[in-house]
Design a binder for this molecule. Structure first.
Ligand code: ADP
Length: 190
């Protein structure tokens, strides 16, 4: 199995690159942000609870997202591999992912980080807010809070995966296609 984590701050382009990667490598896409928004749109209890965190730019509790990822994986036993997009975002999530993959007799193959500076990210997110209507992309203080959460809770995972020799950073600014090719080069070198 090819299991990859697409890593990086909000607005780095994880969703865009995931779409291209999953079609090239025939993988299942797990975006915890998309799963949470689907729950909210369905009006489920979980979705309503999660939305209170999302609206403030805070991370949703680990148990909630871990449970969602587990359900998704169990419902795709035929998968060739998974792209984890927006997950893991905390150390407990990373530990839980290792356990879930071990249950599939597999593990993380590679972690690809999209590296983009904060000014560019804010510009992208505000633009996305205008186009997509996502409320958490329309308010600069919510966006800044998401960066704070990223710095405090998610960025430490970069060092965690570097220590395992799995992290590869790619400059996330430029043509979508050129960034995609850099990502593929790292995968193809495995
Ligand atoms: P972005 O990467 O632009 O922040 P996402 O769609 O990945 O967008 O996430 C939107 C929001 O959903 C996050 O700000 C957070 O509140 C919540 N969320 C998504 N994934 C996770 C996760 N793995 N752990 C906790 N909260 C999450």
């Amino acid at each position: 199995m090819l299991n990859l984590i697409i890593f990086g701050p909000p607005g780095a382009g994880k969703g865009t690159q995931s779409e291209k990667l999953l079609s090239k490598y025939q993988l299942q896409h797990i975006s915890t942000g998309d799963l949470l928004r689907a729950e909210r749109n369905a009006g489920s209890e979980l979705g309503n609870q999660a939305n209170e965190y999302i609206a403030k730019g805070e991370l949703v509790p680990d148990a909630v997202v871990i449970g969602m990822v587990k359900n998704f994986m169990l419902s795709h036993p035929e998968a060739n591999g998974f792209i984890f997009d927006g997950f893991p975002r905390t150390t407990p999530q990373a530990d839980a992912l290792d356990v879930m993959l071990a249950d599939f007799n597999t593990g993380i193959s590679i972690v690809l980080g999209l590296e983009v500076n904060e000014d560019e990210l804010v510009k992208r997110l505000l633009l996305r807010g205008q186009n997509s209507g996502r409320a958490d992309d329309q308010d600069e203080s919510t966006i800044r809070n998401r960066f704070q959460e990223y710095q405090n809770k998610t960025l430490p995972l970069q060092g965690h995966y570097q220590g395992q020799g799995k992290y590869h950073g790619v400059m996330g600014i430029g043509e979508v296609e050129a960034i995609f090719e850099s990502l593929c080069a790292h995968i193809d070198a495995l």
